[in-house]
Design a protein around this ligand. Structure first.
Ligand code: PLP
Length: 379
């Protein structure tokens, strides 16, 4: 179907295409911030917070410096601290575990479900101790975690639930947007995320007004007024400039998400019949495909062959958190077999809000040639 193509290379994420399309609006936003000099706090931050809250259908959205800060601010505002254990899935970006350490609590790593790659609720039950105070489900790859089961366990054991939504802007679970299901949600606007700033930025979402107020205060030096501070806080505010740039991009997020869904359906239709393992979301979950992940044997060889044929890939993530040197000594010698197996086998194919079906078809041809050189091309 891609016979007429002249493609030679498909990048993992095509940010250049997005930036070119939005360049005039981004430049205008930058000039607006230069003109009013609302660099810290101010109208650009307030407008983006309001627009993001509206897009999600959540009462409170508080901007902050990045996604890692969003998670640690949410944990701290929810009262999590030293002596508390916080359960975190082992297959995730390091920041999920770091945020727990930043508030002085102890991360307890938990295995994943091998089909959805998100936190396994049965393993969560096994990790509970009298010190467990919170759980941080990660909507990994844009796939909502099994929140029905997780929220039921959290209710039984009075756990705070901080959703790591860094990869899952606008994903829904039984019709509700992630970041509105637990105690609070933490979002990242790192440039490569589904909604990306031109630098670092993040957001905490919650329906709890007191928690939102605490996050505002903690992110801004524990301020009561300009030079009066009643808590030891942080400097983790969202920049006015990043907020203004994000406000330009936010109206396009739904359309980029639709494109990601269309491309993921296309990949599924081409790759699944060839026996390639892909993500199976939990029941009721509508993912936003931050990453399109397959499993392969002998990954280094597959990566090299795809790179030679022009397909850029990624690995998310090669080392699960319980095996990270940084967390050595914080985890026993327990194995987390599903996380370890996934870490050794996962491979992320190109996907982004601006990839075309023609490019996806070209990628599928190369992937099928690489994995099944003797035929079975499908499509
Ligand atoms: C990106 C990411 C974060 C951290 O976000 P930053 O904005 O880079 O600090 C946290 N968790 C997950 C799952 C992420 O992908």
């Amino acid at each position: 179907m891609s016979g007429a193509t002249t493609l030679q290379r498909v990048p993992f994420v095509n940010l250049a295409r997005q930036i070119e399309r939005l360049r005039p609006e981004l430049v205008a936003a930058f000039e607006a911030v230069l003109d009013d000099r609302a660099f810290i706090k101010g109208p650009h931050v307030a407008a983006f917070e309001a627009a993001f809250a509206k897009a999600l259908g959540v009462p409170h959205a508080v901007g902050c410096a990045n996604g890692t800060a969003a998670l640690s601010l949410a944990l701290e505002a929810a009262g999590i601290g030293p002596g508390d254990e916080v359960i975190v899935p082992s297959l995730t970006f390091i920041a999920t575990g770091e945020a727990v350490c930043h508030v002085g609590a102890t991360p307890v790593f938990c295995d994943i479900d091998p089909d959805s790659y998100t936190l396994d609720p049965e393993d969560l039950l096994r990790r509970l101790t009298p010190r467990t105070r919170a759980v941080v489900p990660v909507h990994l790859y844009g796939t909502p975690a099994d929140m029905g089961a997780i929220l039921a366990i959290a209710a039984d054991h009075r756990l705070v639930v901080i959703e790591d939504c860094a990869q899952a802007h606008l994903a829904t679970y039984h019709g509700r947007t992630v970041g509105t299901l637990g105690t609070a949600g933490g979002f990242s606007f790192f440039p490569g995320k589904n909604l990306g700033a031109l630098g670092d930025a993040g957001m905490v979402t919650t329906s709890d007004p007191d928690l939102a107020e605490s996050v505002v205060k903690l992110a801004d030096h524990g301020r009561l007024s300009k030079y009066e501070h009643d808590r030891i806080g942080h400097n983790q505010r969202l920049d006015g400039l990043q907020a203004a740039l994000l406000a330009v991009k936010l109206p396009h997020l739904a359309e980029w998400t639709e494109r990601r869904r269309r491309i993921a359906r296309y990949y599924d239709a081409r790759l699944r019949p060839a026996g390639i393992k892909t993500i199976v979301p939990p029941a009721g979950a509508d993912p936003v495909h931050h990453l399109y992940v397959i499993e392969v044997d002998d990954r280094p060889a597959v990566v090299a062959r795809l790179a030679a044929s022009g397909v850029e890939t990624g690995v998310h993530y090669p080392i699960p958190l319980h095996l990270q040197p940084a967390f050595r000594g914080r985890h026993g010698y327990e194995r987390l077999p599903n996380a370890e197996r996934a870490a050794a086998r996962v491979l992320s194919l190109p996907i982004c809000g601006e990839i075309t079906v023609e490019e996806a078809a070209w990628v599928c041809d190369r992937v099928l040639d690489t994995l099944h050189p003797t035929g079975r091309r499908g499509g």
